[in-house]
Ligand binder design. Structure first.
Ligand SMILES: O=C(O)CCC(=O)C(=O)O
Ligand SMILES: [Fe+2]
Length: 238
């Protein structure tokens, strides 16, 4: 992306409840193919299989005592450096990437990314679109009656969706990171509705369109502020 195009204001999603920026076609189709080749070119042992998705962790394992920093491979570092220039990380360069792979029909439960990261997440989507859904947190008074609240809560607390098209970049900031939960519903297709807050930034789509999901790979690029040398975290006597 050319420097002059970097001003984020025009990518601001004004219909979201707090700061989200959505940049369609952040990377070219050639870069998308290149990144997918890199993701699938790593040794099988880099993959962790979860019940509803596979992932690769790069940069180190975030830990409350600090992350033992590992260099990002160049194919990820290039994008961490580009995203740093967008200035949402306040001068820091992202040092951690989670690669998530979802088959059509897979998703991720609503969650918050938590305090180990600088409170901004930047995500490049590869291969397929998805809908990233945002939810208000559970009210405190309900939290003590979790089992009752949980049965209806996500539907009641739904706030908006952001359509993540292949090759797009989304930046989730402020309360969208710190307060609201995000998740991806396990569905094979998504319908475009008024709930999609960034629809006006998605070319060629109209209300009511049905989009079939395919396999999606996401690069979740973040900054872990607290890093340590391996010796300090684990001690010397092991
Ligand atoms: O795949 C995505 O876009 C979301 C991933 C996510 O929320 C996470 O890894 O914490
Ligand atoms: Fe997340």
């Amino acid at each position: 992306m050319a420097g002059s195009e970097c001003a984020l204001v025009r990518h601001f999603v004004s219909k979201a409840p707090a700061a989200v920026y959505y940049i369609p076609e952040f990377i070219t189709p050639q870069e998308e193919t290149y990144l997918l080749n890199q993701v699938y070119g790593v040794p099988q042992t880099k993959w962790t299989q979860l019940s509803n998705r596979r992932l690769q962790n790069w940069g180190g394992l975030p830990h409350p005592k600090g992350m033992v920093l590992e260099d990002l491979p160049q194919w990820l570092k290039t994008y961490a450096d580009q995203i740093a220039k967008l200035e949402v990380f306040e001068g820091k360069v992202p040092n951690h990437v989670l690669v998530n792979e979802y088959e059509a029909g897979q998703g991720i439960m609503p969650h918050v990314d938590g305090p180990l990261y600088f409170p901004v997440v930047s995500t490049i989507s590869l291969g397929s679109h998805t809908l990233l859904d945002f939810y208000a947190p559970m009210p405190i008074e309900d939290a003590v009656h979790v089992s009752q609240a949980a049965s209806t809560s996500f539907e009641d607390r739904f706030m908006c969706s952001i359509l993540l098209q292949p090759r797009s970049l989304v930046l989730v900031c402020e309360d969208m990171y710190k307060v609201y939960l995000h998740g991806i519903v396990e569905r094979k297709a998504d319908t475009v509705t008024h709930d999609v807050a960034n629809l006006e930034k998605c070319q060629g789509l109209t209300m009511g369109d049905c989009l079939d999901r395919a396999r999606r790979v996401s690069l979740t690029i973040r900054h872990v502020p607290k890093t340590v040398k391996a010796k300090l975290l684990f001690g010397t006597k092991r």
